[in-house]
Design a protein around this ligand. Structure first.
Ligand SMILES: [Zn+2]
Length: 215
């Protein structure tokens, strides 16, 4: 059995080693602000995502967006994440501006995006209408069945680490995440989580390959 961590923030190499030993084959590691872009990109044997998280839009260096574009060009395998909107924390107006800029960059460079959305689906969905041809991973999915229906003709995947939203998510769009160290302490907990959630590792693996390589 192999396990996949569709979303985490770990920077600790010893945790990755533990995860491999536990059978976690693939890990997507997301940066949250310019300070950790280089650290994330330096990690070996993980899929990198760099971006500006909605909680970190207010204290950005002036050239953050040009730096992000340069780094993405230098790292053709890197995704864009974690980006998004969050009504519970931070300057929402600025969040929308930075989120839209990052979607435009994703469009320009043709990169998948890893999205955080908390209590902001009403604002998020109209923005996504302008970016229908991107590949999305909605992490820690918090939407309802209307959101899933809206996204049904998007190339969108949903990752969770709790059971509550799984019945809403199409089986071929489901991914599992540790969100370590904020969610689960480590991706090494994933084998137990798969069991707890009753998900099939072969199905998750197929979904993940489609997320990375296909449509
Ligand atoms: Zn996250």
């Amino acid at each position: 059995m192999t396990y996949i961590d569709a979303h985490c923030h770990l920077l600790d190499i010893s945790e990755f080693k533990l995860a491999r030993t536990a059978g976690v084959d693939s890990i997507i590691c997301n940066a949250i602000n310019p300070k950790d872009w280089h650290q994330v990109l330096a990690l070996e044997n993980v899929i990198h995502a760099i971006g500006i998280h909605p909680w970190h839009v207010s204290d950005l260096p002036e050239n953050a967006m040009t730096d992000l574009e340069k780094l993405l060009e230098q790292n053709p395998g890197a995704h864009i994440g974690e980006i998004g909107l969050d009504k519970c924390k931070g300057d929402f107006y600025k969040q929308e501006e930075i989120f839209m800029l990052q979607l435009e960059l994703a469009q320009k460079l043709q990169r998948p995006v890893h999205v955080h959305c908390v209590r902001a689906w009403g604002e998020m969905l109209p923005i996504l209408k302008g970016h229908k041809d991107l590949k999305y991973l909605f992490h820690g999915f918090s939407g309802d069945k209307n959101v899933v229906r809206f996204l049904s003709d998007y190339d969108a995947y949903f990752s969770v680490n709790r059971a509550t939203k799984i019945p809403l998510i199409p089986a071929d769009k489901l991914l599992i995440e540790s969100d370590a160290p904020d969610g689960l302490p480590s991706p090494a907990n994933l084998p137990f989580l798969y069991l707890q959630l009753g998900v099939q590792s072969a199905q998750i693996e197929q979904n993940f390959q489609r997320f990375l390589n296909g449509r």
